[in-house]
Write a protein that binds this ligand. Structure first.
Ligand SMILES: C[S@@+](CC[C@H](N)C(=O)[O-])C[C@H]1O[C@@H](n2cnc3c(N)ncnc32)[C@H](O)[C@@H]1O
Length: 274
């Protein structure tokens, strides 16, 4: 199954979520179709580039928090194209011995990540489908870098937009949480449509044509908070719980945006040590 799925294809003429996100973040690893899709989306929701940046800032704060909790191993699933403040840069700046394994299913993401990480110690990247957590966790490249007998942090940052089925997304979280040892952590973020019904409906329909690397149909709406909260069940949430990105442990003095203007929620939780 994983070998067949690992043949995700490269279509530069079809917008692709990793490359659209790269464009929103001001990156250069995108094509005309991605830029057009991103501009159409920005016309509907001008806050999208700001939200993308807030997503990367949350990733940085979460990784530093996890380093402070003693975590030295990270698995970043649905990692996206390498950009600034990638998990390994943040983690290894805070703790040189931190190890980071990136996972994405998109061949463009994986090729770029491999090129950037070629010389980098304690960092790896694998092409794998998050719908198969056991395949990810058994991958020899993961096993070379990550000791699953020790606590680990699993990062799922805006990773579920390409997983249309609620039960599949929940199953991915559940199986990963089951597999990691007590004392491990999960950090999850997800956009929500609760107070942006009109805009998010338009965005969902715009993104219908975006290529999903797994070949699934994209869902025609964006999940609501009540759909996302169950992902955190079974975890002891760090303060302040599941909140909008800018409200999650903002750095002192950080110029902050109004949390209410960001329709992405996130939380970081630990698998209890019983
Ligand atoms: C919205 S991007 C998020 C990127 C990054 N985590 C961030 O927040 O900046 C979602 C990523 O998930 C990847 N992805 C989609 N479906 C996947 C799957 N089934 N398995 C692994 N990665 C997948 C996409 O290729 C894309 O890079």
């Amino acid at each position: 199954m994983s070998d067949a799925r690992a043949s995700a294809e490269f279509h530069p003429q079809t917008p692709n979520e990793a490359r659209v996100l790269d464009y929103l973040l001001g990156g250069k690893d995108n094509f005309a179709a991605d830029r057009q899709a991103a501009e159409e989306a920005i016309a509907v929701a001008p806050e999208l580039p700001m939200m993308a940046i807030e997503g990367r800032k949350f990733l940085g704060r979460a990784v530093r928090f996890l380093i402070d909790q003693g975590i030295r191993q990270f698995i970043d699933i649905g990692c996206g194209l390498p950009t600034q403040n990638n998990a390994h840069e943040v983690a290894q700046a805070a703790a040189e011995d931190a190890r980071v394994l990136y996972v994405d299913y998109d061949p463009v993401v994986v090729t770029h990540a491999r090129a950037i990480l070629a010389e980098r110690a304690r960092t790896g990247v694998i092409q794998a489908d998050m719908r198969e957590p056991e395949v990810i966790l058994a991958h020899p490249d993961l096993r070379r870098l990550i000791d699953l007998d020790q606590p680990v942090a699993v990062l799922l940052m805006s990773a579920f937009s390409a997983i249309p089925e609620d039960e599949v997304a929940q199953d991915i979280v559940d199986r990963l949480r089951e597999a990691i040892v007590p004392g491990s952590w999960m950090a999850i973020s997800h956009p929500i449509s609760d107070d942006r019904a009109a805009a998010t409906e338009k965005l969902a329909s715009l993104f219908q044509d975006t290529q999903i690397v797994t070949g699934s149909r994209r869902r025609n709406d964006i999940r609501r908070r009540a759909d996302v909260e169950p992902y955190f069940e079974g975890l002891e949430l760090a303060e302040p719980g599941v909140v909008r990105l800018p409200a999650w442990r903002p750095d002192p003095g950080e110029p902050s945006v109004d949390p209410e203007s960001v329709w992405v929620i996130a939380g970081v939780g630990r698998k209890a040590v019983s």
